[in-house]
Design a protein around this ligand. Structure first.
Ligand code: BG6
Length: 534
């Protein structure tokens, strides 16, 4: 989240957003006004033949090039095992881009690819065949990078987690992570390492991976990605909280009853059975994506948006979260239902699999602001609706002077930050129902990004890639926070009393009944996942 990025956001938000009821589409310019191209660099993508490169990295690089944010001196080398001509690789990527551009429901819906922009980008891309666990390819990379006038390189590990250590080891061994002091010739330059999740599978493995990486690079060179932080709607949580005076006074235990964080998906495990069997919904989503959302909602105001200021506040927050116990979580697995087959019938899944496809958790933060406020988290595959959102529920008013409406029948005030697929905010509140008597009725005010800002194709990696090129680590995970997150969930991952029960739920439903009980114990209920009015 560069300063330029912040300025851009500020300039586009100079128009006041208004409630859906009276706001028409606004011709606001959402272009990255005033942003500068990132410094030139060699971007090396390990895993050039994978889905991530095709679906997310290439479209993001294309969007950055359209916005003029890549330097002319930018070069991209895609490394993968398997001989292949650069042209064949680029043809494949180009065709996929066209398909994504034409997909009206996709995040990369631009209608049509700008041939000039794709030509500009693709003429800077090269395919390099090589095994990740042998030395040859690293020697070639070294020679290529040494020949650049700047010496800047980013190594992007878009590969399975089993390759993280071997690749980092060889990058270290071949001196590719060494940042030399700039000499008179301007050589030297930065060396950065981008690592995708899963970053470890528990506390011990995350510590081990961090230790391994930090033997070869310093913390300031490591950019651990959580793609949720690349979403505009997630970054906007900080803008909503800290650029508006109305939220901060009530954003605390005195006024907030509870917070619900939901990431529900309608998709099943699709073709990822092998990965998912070993991972499960909890590891896949909770200590990373959902904790990042939690941090955005709950962190204390940083002194600035500098990377370390924001990451220090996050680290403090994670330190304050009470470790979860098996009592605080519920696991589920989808069974045959309206929306499809059972998880156990999916390809590459054991017929007696005990892997959870749903997880719910109750989290408490032991600090002055949040003590006693439950944060309920849930995520699941094959649920009734796709919805990622954060709902902040305020406490009831203490007393009601309107005779015919008792306090406990009032709709609670709920402020909802919608992340996907809706992008915006909603506020549920109470008003007088029109008519001669004083009756109270529920109303809703909603802001949708698409009503107010010009639509922009954004697959979510643009900011992350651009920030990494600029050296801004605000949106990336520091080693300490990764380890604290795993530490919070460690007792759930390694329960003393044996594996946790996994309860069935019908594909296409809202999750297992036991998850409802988790909230019912506290006198609360999950917010409906399916609500036609949203
Ligand atoms: C990934 C998980 O990290 O996030 C997937 O591995 C999940 O299982 C995905 O589907 C959700 O991300 P998004 O951006 O589609 O909500």
């Amino acid at each position: 989240m560069s300063n330029d990025a912040k300025d851009t956001n500020a300039s586009s938000s100079a128009q006041p957003a208004s409630c859906k009821l009276d706001a028409g589409p606004h011709p606001a310019s959402a272009g990255p006004v005033g942003k500068q191209p990132a410094p030139p660099c060699m971007l090396v993508i390990f895993g050039a033949g994978g889905d991530l490169t095709k679906r997310l990295l290439t479209p993001s690089l294309y969007n950055l090039s359209v916005d003029g944010l890549l330097d002319d001196g930018m070069r991209i080398i895609g490394v993968n095992h398997g001989e292949r001509e650069t042209k064949a690789w680029l043809d494949d990527l180009g065709q996929s881009l066209q398909q994504f551009a034409a997909d009206k429901a996709g995040e990369f819906h631009t209608g049509k690819i700008d041939d000039n922009a794709w030509h500009w980008l693709s003429s800077r891309m090269e395919y390099l065949a090589g095994e990740f666990e042998t030395d040859d390819v690293f020697e070639t990379l070294k020679q290529r990078i040494d020949k650049t006038p700047h010496g800047n390189a980013i190594f992007y590990l878009a590969v399975g987690a089993r390759f993280f250590k071997p690749i980092v080891e060889r990058l270290g061994k071949h001196g590719l992570l060494k940042e030399d002091e700039k000499d008179g010739t301007g050589k030297g330059g930065f060396r950065r390492l981008v690592i995708e999740k899963p970053f470890g599978t528990d506390l011990a493995s995350a510590r081990d991976l961090n230790a391994h990486i930090l033997r070869h690079a310093s913390e300031s060179q490591v950019y651990r990605i959580d793609h949720f932080l690349g979403k505009d709607t997630v970054q906007s949580i900080l803008a909503v909280r800290f650029a508006n005076a109305m939220f901060e006074p009530v954003w605390r235990r005195e006024y907030i009853d509870s917070v619900q964080i939901t990431a529900g998906e309608t998709l099943g495990v699709e073709r990822r059975g092998k990965f998912y069997e070993l991972t499960g919904a909890f590891r896949d989503m909770v200590p990373n994506h959902l904790f990042q959302l939690l941090a955005m909602v709950a962190l204390e105001p940083p002194n600035s948006f500098d990377a370390e200021a924001v990451r220090d506040r996050k680290a403090e927050l994670f330190d304050a979260i009470q470790p979860l116990t098996p009592n605080d979580v519920v696991f589920g697995q989808y069974e045959k239902g309206d929306a499809g087959v059972a998880y156990r019938e999916e390809p590459d899944v054991a017929r007696d699999s005990a892997t959870e496809t749903y997880a719910a958790a109750r989290v408490f933060i032991d600090n002055w602001r949040w003590a006693g406020v439950p944060f309920y988290l849930r995520t699941g595959k094959r649920m009734t609706a796709r919805r990622t959102e954060i709902a902040v529920q305020l406490k009831r008013v203490p007393f009601l002077m309107f005779r015919d409406t008792p306090v406990d029948t009032l709709t609670p005030n709920v402020f909802t930050l919608s992340i996907d697929p809706a992008h915006g905010t909603r506020f549920d509140f109470n008003v007088k129902v029109p008519g001669p008597t004083m009756q109270i009725g529920a109303a809703r005010s909603a802001f949708n990004y698409d009503d107010f800002f010009a639509e922009r194709a954004n697959v979510g990696y643009e900011t992350l890639l651009y920030d990494c090129m600029l050296g801004d680590a605000t949106l990336f995970q520091r080693a300490d926070s990764i380890e604290s997150s795993w530490c919070i969930v460690d007792r759930v991952l390694h329960p003393e009393g044996g594996a946790l029960p996994v309860h069935g739920y019908a594909a296409g439903s809202c999750g297992p009944a036991q998850a409802d009980e988790l909230l019912a114990r506290d006198g609360r209920a999950w917010r409906p996942l399916h609500d036609a009015t949203r």
